[in-house]
Design a protein around this ligand. Structure first.
Ligand SMILES: [Zn+2]
Length: 143
């Protein structure tokens, strides 16, 4: 048998404060606690109500868990493709050597190098790196 304290929160407010020997279930219409004498903290009636609500909640959770799992499976290929694209973008944007930036190079190369050091470019790379980290976490063990 499930202990009262495990399911009491389905019929009671703050069941952790309940006194043994007195039903702690909240009765909405009467706007008071049940208070009937009992062995634990729920009378037989409120125990049945709590058990039914606990079962219903467990079933709802099981359905939601299955939906989330199915949605995750559907999205995994998308996440993997996005991660591969971002990883390639990040790899193509290797940090520039300051010596190379400071040296004498063709103006077009110099312009490209400086573009790589702009605030907006650095921010873009940071966003990509954060998104990649987020995707790795979402993909998790399925990587
Ligand atoms: Zn009761």
């Amino acid at each position: 048998m499930i202990p009262d304290r495990t399911i009491a929160h389905h019929v009671s407010i703050r069941p952790e404060l309940a006194q043994p020997g007195e039903c702690c279930a909240w009765m909405e219409k009467a706007a008071r606690r049940c208070g009937k004498p009992c062995d634990g903290i729920l009378c037989p009636l409120h125990r049945r109500v709590a058990e039914k609500r606990a079962e219903k909640w467990a079933e709802t959770e099981r359905i939601n868990r299955e939906r989330r799992r199915a949605a995750r499976q559907r999205l995994l290929p998308e996440w993997r493709a996005e991660l591969a694209k971002i990883t390639a973008q990040l790899a193509a944007d290797q940090p520039l050597e300051m010596a190379a930036v400071a040296g004498n190079v063709h103006p077009s190369i110099r312009k490209r190098q400086l573009r790589g050091l702009s605030d907006s470019h650095v921010q873009k790379m940071a966003r990509l790196a954060e998104r990649a980290q987020q995707l790795r976490q979402q993909i998790g063990d399925d990587q």
